[in-house]
Design a protein around this ligand. Structure first.
Ligand code: AMP
Length: 449
């Protein structure tokens, strides 16, 4: 199938050709004709599958073919969970609108509110936005949605996970009329809140599921390394970054404070690294992302904040310095490489703290993962095996009993697991030392000999 088979309006078709797109991707093959027929859609597609054009193209087709319902109101609103993704969508949209009469604007949280009011006064046809800020402008009457023709929700699962349900409902209600079409994209359709939400927003939607949402990306070569501890992970990292070839690398850490520490460590090794650290304001973050996307830095160290939406074609390697908490996040992280048909390496370090997450990823990928090794940096750690279930049950019981025996007047101490001295002579679950929530989770596991 080719783009020309969709019967796109001439100008739109020549833009598609001019941008060098010939064959539509799978999601585009299914979503573009269905959306062009006016159906509401609920679609899943894996990251990097070309879903942005799957909604931009039918949106432009609709605007070119139909008369506007209102002269002043936006005709298309595209909502995304993160600023990074919104910018990404906006830059693809601009490629299509730059030679048309259609105006597109970007409305993001964390940016100057009054400047945005002025932008909205210019009566744009397209608004790409994060939901919180757009809902604020709507509440304050800076624009209206009576003329909205197309509402597009990109990564709806993520927007709901981030707690934007109220804002999405508000936007939906403000544009609730017969002629509105809605396209909902989600990484997974197996998400209860997405399905409930779809009932509220969509009219007789067509359901499009491209493969499993988490089917393997064949262009990404995954490698896993066991690691004993933080020092061991750092040695593995230095080894890989000094000995392998790559264009650009994104390193994901569990905490924001680690990003800066790791970046500094790499800089001291003469590697061109930069951190997207927690302390930065939005402007500084934007600057770093921009310089990284221009290739001014080779290595970006970040947390999951950057794991979605970024379309950085030169990222040929992703390193999970720490495994993500949620297995699905792993898929989003590694989807930052292998974009648009290029090859990528996805590396992960698995230490004792990462073990549960690793097992979840293994389950999600539905495969038994074998570990790679670096000569001279072999791990003593070989994985954890679950203790017999009895231990868990016993420990749950013990926790309950601990609670029961707290004298009524005294408040139960928050950190039950600190040490016996915290709770007088109460029976406590003895731990050798203070455990973090994560360690606690892992502590029902024994090391494999
Ligand atoms: P997305 O999944 O929308 O973030 O798109 C991922 C990348 O694929 C972007 O760089 C797009 O420009 C590119 N892309 C989208 N559609 C096509 C296509 N039909 N052929 C080749 N590349 C595409």
């Amino acid at each position: 199938m080719q783009f020309k088979d969709f019967g796109l309006e001439n100008k739109l078709m020549s833009t598609v050709e001019h941008l060098g797109f010939t064959a539509p991707t799978e999601i585009q093959q299914q979503a573009i004709p269905a959306a062009m027929q006016g159906h509401d859609l609920i679609a899943s597609s894996k990251t990097g599958s070309g879903k942005t054009l799957a909604f931009i193209i039918p949106a432009l087709q609709r605007l070119s073919k139909n008369r506007a319902l209102s002269k002043r109101d936006p005709r298309v609103v595209i909502l995304t969970p993160t600023r990074e993704l919104a910018k990404q969508v906006f830059s693809q949209l601009r490629l299509f609108t730059s030679n048309t009469q259609f105006k597109a604007v970007l409305i993001l949280g964390g940016e100057n509110f009054n400047d945005q009011v002025k932008v909205l006064e210019k009566e744009p046809h397209f608004i790409v936005a994060t939901p919180g800020r757009l809902a604020d402008h709507l509440t304050q009457g800076h624009f209206y949605l009576n003329g909205l023709e197309l509402l597009i929700l990109d990564e709806a699962d993520r927007m709901l996970d981030l707690g934007f349900a109220k804002e999405l409902s508000q936007i939906n209600k403000a544009a609730d009329h017969r002629k509105r079409q809605t396209l909902l994209f989600s990484a997974t359709l197996e998400h209860a809140q997405v399905n409930d939400f779809a009932k509220e927003l969509l009219k007789k939607p067509k359901r499009i599921a491209i493969g499993g949402a988490f089917t393997e990306h064949k262009d990404i070569n995954k490698r896993f390394y066991l690691a004993d501890n933080l020092n061991h992970k750092e040695s593995l990292l230095k080894y890989i970054l000094s000995n392998e070839t790559y264009q650009q690398v994104i390193i994901f850490t569990a905490t924001r404070s680690d990003t800066e520490r790791l970046a500094n460590m790499l800089i001291s090794e003469d590697l061109n690294a930069v951190a997207l650290s927690g302390e930065l304001n939005q402007g500084q973050r934007n600057q770093i992302m921009e310089s990284f996307s221009k290739g001014q830095n080779k290595i970006l160290v970040t947390t999951d904040l950057a794991s979605r939406g970024l379309d950085l074609v030169n990222v040929s390697m992703v390193i999970n310095f720490d495994m993500p908490k949620h297995a699905e996040e792993f898929i989003h992280r590694i989807g930052r490489t292998g974009r648009a048909g290029s090859k990528g390496d996805a590396i992960a370090f698995v230490g004792p703290k990462d073990w549960l997450s690793f097992k979840n990823v293994e389950g999600l990928l539905e495969q038994t993962i074998k570990f790679d090794q670096v000569d001279g940096l072999k791990a003593k750690f070989k994985g954890l095996k679950p203790k017999v279930i009895k231990t868990k049950i016993d420990s749950t019981k013990a926790k309950k009993e601990t609670k029961k025996q707290v004298p009524k007047k005294k408040k139960a101490p928050k950190k039950v697991f600190h040490a016996a001295k915290d709770v007088g002579d109460m029976p406590v679950i003895k731990r050798k030392k203070t455990l973090s929530a994560e360690q606690l989770e892992n502590s029902d596991l024994d090391e494999v000999e």
